[in-house]
Design a protein. Structure first.
Length: 389
């Protein structure tokens, strides 16, 4: 077993970890990134990501957006409605002097665009097929033990960053995750519609659960349909025609008939937040630190803001204080409000719009109509969705 001392080690080379590495490299700070998958393995992933306007600005500063723009579909309007109700609300980018409220692109496209810049950065040492097996920390450093080319290796660092979605959290001393299970699943797929989307994203609250249609491509939508497991699981086994018929019945006629649906997948939904007890020289960001229900599209964007804030903290810290108590306290303080608000807002939406108690539906309908005419509340919501705090 070999051991090497590094300044910054990032475990997880997905978009959040890669963004952190690039942000540091732009300021001359070197890092080593450990990624379990092969180089290029994620380039073909079609899973949709909803990027906020603020996330797009982070990628612009890095020079990533130029190569991504052609692969992204802008969300200019968000249409929120409830089935069986006249109440609805519209959010329009033009009303808030933004070119878009957000963007939809594939995980693979973002990963490839980040990689294109990473390979040109001598300050970033990206090690693929490096699978983390254990993480520990002491008063002076943190360490990761990983497998690479059949050998067990260890890197020790004054600052170790966990950005792998939580896959390496098991048995890390000082880390405790609070989790709320919703008892709901999310079905994800891609559908094509009869009518053009006109860059409108739809949030539709129906009896079987909330659904989101995000414009993705010229006529396609990425679909996220959430609900109780007993509702969602049978949808996976329907024929395409039966599924599209049921979906149309729940969603309505706003984009005409639905013509095709891609492969359908489902996963359980939860809300979780990492409670850090005492982890000197170790910091956790992205989905490893917090997991949110996809109803508000906040999770990935909160992760990118984690990366941006941590990079700023690292750059402003003298080397001998890197990973020390003050630095970590300052970082957590800088992220506390954004993360807390994101978790609470997401949980609020799930509880309000997944509740079918008698009388609640009418209140939701009235609330949507009222929300549509109260401009300060809409402005606050758009700011939260776009930039976090």
């Amino acid at each position: 077993m070999s051991q090497i001392l590094e300044n910054i080690v990032i475990v997880g080379g997905g978009p959040v970890g890669a963004t952190l590495a690039l942000l540091l490299a732009k300021q001359g700070v070197a890092s080593t990134v450990l990624e379990a998958r092969k180089h290029g393995a994620a380039f073909g992933e079609s899973r949709a990501l909803a990027l906020s306007y603020g996330s797009k600005r982070i990628l612009e500063k890095l020079g990533v957006w130029n190569g991504l723009a052609k692969s992204a579909t802008a969300i200019n309007t968000i249409h929120v409605s409830q089935k069986g109700s006249l109440g609805r609300s519209l959010l329009k980018a033009a009303d808030y002097q933004q070119e878009a409220l957000g963007y939809v692109l594939s995980y693979g496209a973002l990963t490839a665009a980040l990689d294109e810049l990473l390979v040109k950065e001598p300050a970033v040492n990206f090690i693929y097929e490096a699978s983390a097996e254990a993480i520990s920390h002491t008063a002076t450093h943190a360490s990761v033990t990983y497998r690479f080319s059949g050998e067990t290796k260890t890197l020790s660092s004054s600052l170790l960053v966990l950005a792998d979605g939580g896959r390496s959290l098991d048995n890390v001393a000082g880390l405790n995750k609070e989790t709320k299970e919703y008892g709901h699943d999310a079905l994800i797929s891609k559908v094509s519609a009869e009518l053009p989307h006109n860059n409108i994203a739809y949030e539709r609250f129906a009896a079987m659960g909330p659904m989101a249609l995000l414009p993705n491509g010229e006529r396609d939508f990425s679909l996220v349909w959430t609900g109780k497991k007993e509702y969602i699981t049978p949808l996976l086994n329907l024929s395409d025609e039966e599924f599209l018929s049921q979906f149309h019945e729940q969603f309505g006629d706003r984009v005409g008939r639905f013509l095709t649906v891609d492969k359908r997948m489902a996963f359980p939904l939860k809300l979780s937040q990492l409670k850090t007890i005492d982890t000197p020289h170790l910091v956790v960001i992205g989905n490893a630190a917090q997991t949110m229900h996809p109803v508000a599209g906040q999770g990935f964007n909160v992760g990118l803001r984690d990366a941006e804030s941590l990079a700023q903290q690292i750059i402003s810290t003298v080397p001998e204080d890197l990973g020390g108590q003050k630095m970590l306290l300052d970082y957590h303080a800088s992220r506390q409000l954004d993360t807390k608000n994101g978790l609470q807002f997401t949980d609020f939406l799930v509880n309000i719009f997944s509740n079918n108690i008698l009388g609640v539906s009418g209140l939701r309908s009235a609330g949507l109509g009222l929300f549509d005419v109260i401009k300060p509340i809409k402005r606050h919501l758009v700011s939260k969705m776009s930039f976090g705090k």
